[in-house]
Write a protein that binds this ligand. Structure first.
Ligand code: NAD
Ligand code: MG
Length: 392
């Protein structure tokens, strides 16, 4: 039996993960499930999966969950907070950790899983964007591995030679091509984006996802974060990573080799495919995803991204090239701006302006340890709140 901890179990990725695990109860066991404040959601999952541990982000939610579990005579132990999250990542009976908390809140447990030598199934791209070198050091020190859940990176991983480690250039790779759907505003007139609502921004044409990543997809910051994610995961220099718009979301990404060969991974847009791939790697697992019906898909379109319409993509490339603290600052400013947009305190079109301003204000060397990284993140967030206040 392979023990799995699912961080962010009540979210979109968490629920897809449990769907795959439930199909293979003979091989995988959910040892720990975690959520932010959704007591009802985690309680229902505890009923269905009987994990040994459940973790809620705060004490009040943990107590509420505990009461419900005791009343139903369910044996799951309840922990709270970051310490609880890290503790379940380190359990000896946990072999794999699905890191699917959204945003910087997932950093510490994801690092704990890496340090403990677990197989980290990485959905939480913000953790890697913030802390690329620290995270890779933790994976090396722990002796475990990281497998990408983000569909693009999972596709790239599948198109690279088995066991490829280190810079991709050494594997004969010329370019990594990340596909992007272009989100809900790909063809909207640029002037029409001023009054976009959170509901419109979260209505993704192909994927059903959490609200933060949905807004990131609408601004294309999601692809920007993914460019940085690809840099760290695959040791790819920024000029070897390209983004191409592909509205059907069927080709999940491509790898071009120096001989001109281009390998792609295709499939229906359903996160259960990368999740099942990472759980079973190097084997394969039935995921519940339908066969790809190419006659039904009929055509695959590609186009270059429009940098005027999507300034966030250029901001992310610039932050990656600048290096140092820039990717962590970019991520922090983006999280604050997206939250403000979702709370209707900031216009959609002001999101890139907040990020650009904070990137100009907060400059620092690459944080060498976790403490300085967290201080940098907090400082960038404070600056971002001020800019949001001024623009909102
Ligand atoms: P979501 O909002 O649906 O779920 C987030 C989960 O994290 C929930 O279980 C929530 O309870 C938990 N959480 C939120 N804040 C927390 C906090 N402060 N402390 C503890 N737990 C907290 O998000 P999602 O769409 O599932 O995305 C999760 C991660 O996966 C994100 O980093 C996202 O970029 C990445 N990802 C998602 C998809 C997708 O299709 N949804 C695809 C690729 C990558
Ligand atoms: Mg993705």
């Amino acid at each position: 039996m392979i023990g799995v901890a699912v961080l962010g179990a009540t979210g979109s990725i968490g629920r897809s993960t449990l769907d795959v695990l439930a199909r293979h109860a003979d091989r995988f066991r959910a040892v720990a499930l975690t959520a932010n404040r959704d007591v009802d959601g985690l309680y229902a999952q505890c009923q269905a999966f009987a994990p040994a541990y459940a973790v809620m982000a705060d004490l009040a939610s943990a107590r509420a969950l505990e009461q419900r579990l005791r009343a139903a005579a369910l044996p799951t132990r309840v922990l709270a907070g970051e310490a609880g999250l890290c503790a379940v990542c380190e359990l000896p009976e946990v072999a794999q950790v699905m890191a699917a908390i959204v945003g910087a809140a997932g950093l510490l447990p994801t690092l704990a899983a890496a340090r403990a030598g677990k197989r980290v199934l990485l959905a939480n791209k913000e953790a890697l964007v913030m802390a690329g070198p620290l995270f890779l050091d933790a994976v090396r020190a722990g002796g475990g591995e990281v497998l990408p859940i983000d569909s693009e990176h999972n596709a790239v991983f599948q198109c690279l030679p088995a066991g490829a480690a280190g810079p991709v250039a050494g594997a004969g790779v010329r370019r990594i091509l990340l596909t992007a759907s272009g989100g809900p505003f790909r063809t909207a007139a640029p002037g029409s984006l001023e009054d976009v609502t959170p509901e419109q921004a979260c209505a993704h044409p192909n994927w059903s996802m959490g609200r933060k990543i949905s807004v990131d997809s609408a601004t294309m910051m999601n692809k920007g974060l993914e460019v940085i994610e690809a840099h760290w995961l695959f040791g790819a220099a920024p000029d070897r990573i390209e983004v191409v718009i592909h509205p059907q979301s069927v080709v999940h990404s491509l790898v071009e080799y120096v001989d001109g060969s281009v390998l792609a991974q295709l499939g229906n847009p359903d996160m259960r495919t990368p999740i099942a791939h990472a759980l079973a790697w190097p084997g394969r697992l039935e995921s519940g995803v339908d066969s790809l019906n190419l006659a039904h898909v009929a055509r695959l379109d590609f186009e270059a991204p429009d940098s005027n319409r999507f300034p966030c993509l250029a901001l992310a490339f610039a932050a990656l090239r600048r290096g140092g603290a820039a990717p962590a600052v970019l991520n922090a400013a983006n999280e604050v701006a997206v939250e403000a947009f979702l709370a209707r305190r900031l216009r959609f079109t002001a999101i890139p302006r907040v990020i650009e301003t904070v990137l100009e204000q907060v400059t620092a060397a690459q944080p060498q340890d976790l403490e300085s990284l967290l201080a940098l993140d907090a400082s960038a967030r404070r600056h971002a709140e001020v800019v949001v206040g001024a623009l909102g």
